[in-house]
Write a protein that binds this ligand. Sequence first.
Ligand SMILES: [Fe+2]
Ligand SMILES: [Fe+2]
Length: 243
Amino acid sequence: MALIHKGDLGMDSRLKKVVDKIQDSKLRKKIAQFVENPTSEIEGKTYKGAPLETSPAGLSHHHNYPGGYIEHVTATAEIALTLCDVVEKIYHSKVSRDLVLAGVLLHDVLKPITYMEKENGTLRKSPLAERLDHLTLIVSEIVRRGFPLHLVHIVCAHHGYRYGPIGPRTTEALVCHLADITDSKLNGEVLRAAQYLAREATGKELRQITGQEAFQIVHAKTMKGWEGVKKTLEKTRQKRYTN
Ligand SMILES: [Fe+2]
Ligand SMILES: [Fe+2]
């Protein structure tokens, strides 16, 4: 998994689109500054990871390929905004889209500093991640940076009651948590299904499958059966070879 450092090219345009949806200019500026330079400061030392545009959003369960981070955040933002529509249009209640979007943008933004590249190009946990998980890192960093408590709660509760230090206690936190797990599951389940189909169809593992490739393989199985899977795998291999 090559995490090419492209240098400082500013914020990825797909992330910028999500940041630009935040109406409150003060909050938008503060989020933009952090997303442009996602670092954590501990004992005077600044930790910086791979650029967000090439980072995965996980090492195993979901979005575990270069570019996975951006896909996860943009997909989670779409799902979260749809949930906000439901809260308002169906349940006639209120929800702050600004805080939901800010929560989505921040919730995994320090994941890259928890990864490091091995000599063979694959990733493992960084020495920092052997001491602190990404949730503790992001919560402590946004407290240090003076973000509002309401937003700190959204980020702190994003793993839900079962896997986090606190469950969602606000509508915004619940929306952010549900959007996060929905996209993680959507991506993770399709990756696993595509890996299984590739193994069954060819007897070989398809190394580091992306979300887009996985959806194509699963769709081919649905429409054209095992022949479709084989053809799609062949196209995927050729595309990888020529890129
Ligand atoms: Fe997380
Ligand atoms: Fe996430």
